[in-house]
Design a protein around this ligand. Structure first.
Ligand SMILES: Nc1ncnc2c1ncn2[C@@H]1O[C@H](COP(=O)(O)OP(=O)(O)O)[C@@H](O)[C@H]1O
Ligand SMILES: [Mg+2]
Length: 166
């Protein structure tokens, strides 16, 4: 693992930018990423309150047929969705979490079992795996959001695949 942040990601790591003009379009972007995601993926979301992170996750989860919502027994900040294929989506929102409490969450175990998506990933830079996809959301108008994707070669290829699948 290495730390990773908006600052660490420079323009050369920018894989793509997408502008959306409604929540539905942002959900569609979530579904597009879900179509090329797999167990063990770590997706780190960042951006201001109201920039569309949760909306993206709703779309992401809706890409899977009948995901079952499971309230995580131990952590209120973790929402689990069990998928038909036996994998799990772990949706973690660090908005109200003190960075010093993050040790206990056990991200590595989550990655063994499914896909991890983290809102406010800025708070856990030290835990973000190197192979993550980082998605940064920016508010550019009342209904307009700019979504920036950063990552390595593997995610570059997957984004290309996702676009071709559409
Ligand atoms: N293009 C858009 N994409 C996503 N959300 C949008 C967009 N336009 C307007 N919105 C609104 O912005 C808010 C985004 O909220 P949310 O997804 O909870 O943000 P975050 O999780 O980043 O705080 C919602 O009220 C949504 O209806
Ligand atoms: Mg949110």
């Amino acid at each position: 693992m290495r730390s990773l942040s908006n600052q660490v990601f420079s323009d050369k790591d920018l894989l793509r930018e997408i502008t959306t003009y409604s929540p539905e379009e942002t959900m569609e972007v979530g579904r597009m990423i879900a179509s090329v995601s797999e167990k063990g993926d770590f997706i780190a979301l960042s951006g201001d309150l109201g920039s569309g992170k949760t909306t993206f996750v709703k779309g992401f989860v809706s890409a899977f047929s009948s995901p079952v919502y499971v309230k995580s027994p131990s952590f209120t900040i973790v929402n689990e969705y069990e998928l038909e294929n036996g994998a799990t989506v772990f949706h973690i929102d660090l908005y109200r979490v003190d960075s010093s409490a993050l040790d206990d969450i056990g991200f590595v175990e989550f990655l063994d079992r499914g896909i991890v998506i983290v809102e406010w990933s800025e708070k856990m830079l030290a835990y973000v795996p190197e192979k993550s996809l980082l998605i940064r959301f920016e508010i550019i108008g009342s209904d307009a959001r700019k979504i920036y994707f950063y990552g390595g070669l593997n995610w570059k290829q997957r984004l290309t695949l996702a676009t071709n699948l559409k």
